[in-house]
Design a protein around this ligand. Structure first.
Ligand code: AMX
Length: 436
């Protein structure tokens, strides 16, 4: 059985060669055009980043190295006793483009568990935060502080070779991913469950098995499985989304993975991005409080119009790129369908009913380019059902997940020697001049 690092050592040379060929043969090839709408429209549609691990098709959704979500659910190893793909399996696929064997995935689980303890000063730092500080702010600060032990930074100071950048980046990235459960769970404990004792990290458990146990849900098998699926699914979503792009931009300065991922977390903390999952649940619970549990489609329609007419967006619907229901939403809905206890949950049922009417209302409203649900439409209600009810915390779980994709890219950016990112900006006057 090879380690993740050994597997990367095998796959990196071919990619380096592919990039070298592009550089020598095709540097001036034209692959698109830049329109004013790109410049003033959040760079939507602009093909301007290299990101190998996943590609998003507007209609079909995300593919990880060519594998769709149902493909991944079929081939990626689960945890012992579980059915859902693990975070480690997804990380292995994202990093190497290969499906890991069970033994490889288990070995990675053990490696991460062995590295999972937090340094004492980070524990103290996190314990010193006021419990009123948003959990995402705490997570971002905790991750940034972990850069105290960055091996990339230390090696850079002592003059490592460029060809070694990726190995130190990988070491930092694995250390960071390993420590995220302990950090994220400590924040949960401090803010919501003061006095709760957290178990030691179990070296025989996978990353998310440990995370669930640290959160106090270790004996809830179905929630643990849901977290595994949720975290694997949220791992990567192409390079241009705000968190991934932020991490890539900051990393392009050769800031270490802790600094670049902490920056990504602060992008994830915005309501149009990762914070949406807390907003969805808040909104659905408010709907439930107003309409009761046994609601008709007609009542939901009216509630949707009320939200829209008050100038708010319908949380969980719409997407920057997708133009169909998000396959991650579908996968989580299928999880709900497969678990009878979730069928009994009024909030899960309300989310499903909302999905039955919201697309038509949004089409009639006529603004959003995508009237269909994104993954956040459903993710929170399942957590809520299983007793993880503190919705301000939900984005933190997303933050544990997105590290898989962002840090994969950090490693590859160093392996491929990608340069400092520095797009050209224009003033309004300069833009007008270019048009004339
Ligand atoms: N409800 C009401 N109006 C919506 C809407 C929704 N769910 N989604 C988009 N619109 C509106 C936009 O506000 C915009 O209005 P404007 O012209 O007055 O500014 C118009 O429709 C066009 O927007 P768009 O091109 O379809 O979307 P976008 O790329 O600008 O934004 C997104 C995408 C996700 C931010 C947006 O759909 C939205 O705000 N959705 C609700 C919040 C949400 O679910 N976010 C989660 C995103 C996924 C994630 O990162 N986790």
């Amino acid at each position: 059985t090879k380690t993740l690092k050994e597997t990367l050592q095998e796959v990196i040379p071919a990619k380096q060669e592919q990039l070298r060929k592009l550089k020598t043969d095709h540097l001036q090839a034209v692959v698109g055009e830049v329109k004013v709408e790109n410049i003033i429209g959040g760079m939507r549609g602009l093909k301007a980043m290299l990101w190998d691990a996943s590609v998003l098709d507007p209609n079909e959704g995300i593919r990880f190295h060519g594998l769709s979500i149902p493909d991944c659910q079929k081939v990626l190893p689960a945890a012992p006793g579980g059915k859902e793909m693990t975070a480690e399996s997804m990380l292995w696929l994202l990093m190497t483009g290969r499906v890991p064997s069970e033994a490889e995935s288990r070995q990675l689980s053990r490696e991460l568990a062995e590295k999972g303890e937090l340094p004492e000063f980070v524990e103290k730092l996190v314990d010193s935060f006021p419990t009123t500080l948003h959990p995402m702010t705490q997570l971002g600060m905790g991750v940034a502080a972990l850069n105290h032990d960055s091996v990339f930074q230390a090696a850079y100071e002592s003059g490592m070779k460029k060809s070694e950048y990726w190995t130190y980046t990988l070491e930092d990235s694995l250390n960071l991913i390993a420590r995220l459960p302990a950090l994220a769970a400590r924040i949960y404990r401090n803010v919501y469950k003061p006095g709760m004792t957290m178990p030691a990290i179990n070296r025989d458990l996978d990353l998310i098995g440990n995370y669930s146990a640290l959160l106090g849900f270790g004996d809830n098998h179905n929630l643990t499985e849901y977290l595994r699926l949720y975290i694997a699914l949220h791992g990567d979503h192409e390079g241009g989304n705000a968190s991934a792009h932020t991490s890539h931009l900051v990393g392009s300065t050769l800031a270490d993975p802790y600094l670049s991922y902490s920056a990504a977390l602060f992008a994830l903390a915005g309501p149009l991005h990762g914070l949406a999952n807390q907003e969805v649940l808040r909104w659905q619970l408010a709907m439930q409080a107003e309409l009761g549990s046994d609601v008709s489609h007609e009542q939901i329609k009216e509630y949707l119009w009320k939200t829209l007419k008050s100038g708010q967006v319908v949380p969980g619907y719409g997407h920057g790129v997708l133009r169909n229901p998000d396959p991650r939403f579908i996968a989580l809905q299928e999880f709900c369908d497969a678990h009878p206890e979730l069928q009994q949950s009024p909030v899960v049922a309300l989310v499903k009913k909302t999905y039955e009417v919201a697309p038509d209302v949004l089409k009639e409203h006529g603004k959003t380019k995508n009237p269909y649900p994104n993954v956040d439409a459903t993710s929170g209600c399942v957590l809520h059902h299983y007793g993880l009810k503190e919705f301000k915390y939900y984005t933190v779980i997303f933050g544990v997940s997105r590290a898989l994709g962002c840090l994969t890219q950090s490693v590859w950016a160093r392996a491929l020697g990608l340069p400092l990112e520095r797009p050209k900006s224009l003033s309004l006057d300069a833009l007008e001049k270019l048009i004339q």
